[in-house]
Ligand binder design. Structure first.
Ligand SMILES: Cc1cc2nc3c(=O)[nH]c(=O)nc-3n(C[C@H](O)[C@H](O)[C@H](O)COP(=O)(O)OP(=O)(O)OC[C@H]3O[C@@H](n4cnc5c(N)ncnc54)[C@H](O)[C@@H]3O)c2cc1C
Length: 439
């Protein structure tokens, strides 16, 4: 890891200062928690109700806290994406449309799908990843949040014997970043976890990660914030920013017309951060990559064996996570990546892909009781990396967004770094590559 850069944007030292955080997903809620712990007066705003927030991306995701996860920008991904472009049932589907923003985003994405960029990304992502679980465990312990958290790694589950070598090579490539892994062959896998069908060839156990019930984590974190003095404002849609003629951002204006003054504003609005940022004069080009989940309850009788840990199915890319919620055992199947305009009707065939993509691996899926269906957006920048830091040209404005498929994992450490940056301290990882003004 390179040395953290001295922070060149405005520093808020001294007496108590008021910070408005926009967006109460995992990134915004973590930021608010860390800011409050540092003695700031914090207002956390969200346009939704707490219930709807926990039904958003930070609640509906797969709940895998998979440190060491590669970014989307990997060699070959852009070409594979183009090939899949016209197939509604491809794992990565890009809805074809004539849209300049999309074309620019895709071109920039393509330029970043190379080994050199990947290596640079991994330096930063691993520095974040190695800290984030400790940060999260600190929050969970301090606030006694019940979210079925377990630091038990995740499994890359492989169906075809010929794919074991590929899975093993991927795990091996993470060794240089310190990640531990183990190869488990099929029979041993079934001995440890009888949920797997006889056809499954084996798995790679990535040992350093964790999983949780994300809806309960985000709900518990938001519930804890008022105890630390954070003012929560729901149904509060930010419509624009309060600005000085110099460009300095001094607060936000809500849709209701109310103005909330602040010494700093931190933009953590997920996939909506780009549109909001532009109102303040900062561009963070993002595509919302929609994904889906299907959730099942285990029946009281004749229940099939539940997996003991989270996993990703190697051939179908479906994430499968066991969750204990309200004392009930549940199973969540999550995944698929669909790039298109926001708020379009669901592509229901993609829910079918989750089911079909899991059936071949797990015993007794047909005996589970459907509980819920969900869709939400991953905020994806074109270089695969989050945008974290102050906006030099807009003093008073800070940004933390663009975590794509890794937001639940990296949200907690992002919140810590963001609070450090706002306080004028050196952030706990090197943010120089994550400058929000880099686009
Ligand atoms: C299917 C799927 C599976 C995933 N699995 C995982 C996983 O296993 N592990 C992992 O690490 N990540 C996973 N992710 C990614 C993760 O869910 C996201 O990266 C993360 O939730 C993003 O968090 P956020 O706080 O940036 O944004 P969000 O959770 O989207 O929060 C943004 C908030 O901003 C609010 N907002 C927006 N506009 C305004 C406005 N104008 N005024 C006020 N408020 C506003 C919104 O209401 C929202 O509550 C998955 C995502 C999907 C879709």
């Amino acid at each position: 890891m390179t040395e953290p850069q001295p922070f060149a944007t405005p520093i808020l030292a001294g007496a108590r200062r008021h910070v408005v955080v926009v967006g109460a997903g995992i990134v915004g809620a973590s930021t608010a928690w860390h800011l409050a712990k540092r003695g700031f007066d914090v207002t956390l705003l969200d346009r939704e109700t707490p219930r709807a927030i926990s039904d958003g991306a930070s609640g509906g995701n797969a709940g895998l806290l998979s440190i060491g996860h590669y970014p989307l920008t990997r060699p070959g991904v852009s070409m594979r994406g183009l090939k899949w472009m016209f197939s509604r049932t491809a794992p990565l589907y890009i809805k074809p449309r004539l849209d300049r923003e999309l074309v620019e985003w895709l071109w920039n994405f393509h330029l970043h799908c190379n080994k050199r960029h990947l290596d640079r990304c991994m330096e930063v992502l691993c520095a974040m990843g190695w800290q984030t679980l400790d940060v999260l465990e600190g929050i969970i312990a301090d606030e006694a949040i019940e979210c079925d958290y377990a630091r038990d790694g995740w499994l890359d589950v492989v169906m075809k014997p010929e794919n074991m070598a590929h899975a093993e090579a991927e795990a091996k490539s993470l060794e240089r970043f310190g990640y531990r892994w183990e190869r488990i062959d099929g029979d041993e896998l079934r001995r440890r976890d009888p949920c797997f069908k006889a056809e499954v060839a084996g798995a790679i156990h990535m040992k350093d990660s964790a999983h949780c019930a994300p809806n309960d984590l985000i709900a518990g974190l938001i519930r804890a914030l008022p105890k630390h003095g954070v003012a929560l404002r729901f149904d509060a849609t930010v419509k624009s920013f309060r600005k000085m003629p110099s460009g300095k951002v001094t607060g936000v204006v809500l849709e209701s017309g109310e103005t909330i003054a602040a010494d700093a504003v931190v933009l953590c609005a997920g996939v909506w951060s780009d549109a909001l940022g532009r109102l303040a004069g900062v561009k963070i080009p993002m595509q919302g990559a929609r994904g889906y989940h299907l959730q099942f309850d285990y029946p009281d009788e004749d229940a099939p064996p539940s997996p003991s840990t989270g996993m990703v199915l190697h051939e179908t890319f479906v994430a499968v996570t066991p969750m204990l919620r309200d004392g009930k055992r549940q199973l969540r199947l999550a995944g698929t990546l669909e790039i298109g305009p926001l708020d379009q009707p669901w592509m229901r065939e993609r829910l079918g892909m989750l089911l079909k993509g899991t059936h071949a691996y797990l015993e007794g899926l047909d005996r589970l009781k459907p509980a819920s269906e969900w869709a939400g957006y991953r905020p994806c920048t074109s270089d695969g990396m989050p945008a974290i830091g102050g906006v030099r040209a807009k003093p008073g404005l800070f940004v933390a967004t663009g975590h794509a498929m890794m937001g639940m994992t990296l949200g907690p450490v992002t919140g810590k770094a963001m609070a450090q940056i706002v306080a004028g301290e050196k952030p706990c990882f090197d943010v120089s590559m994550l400058d929000p003004a880099r686009f």
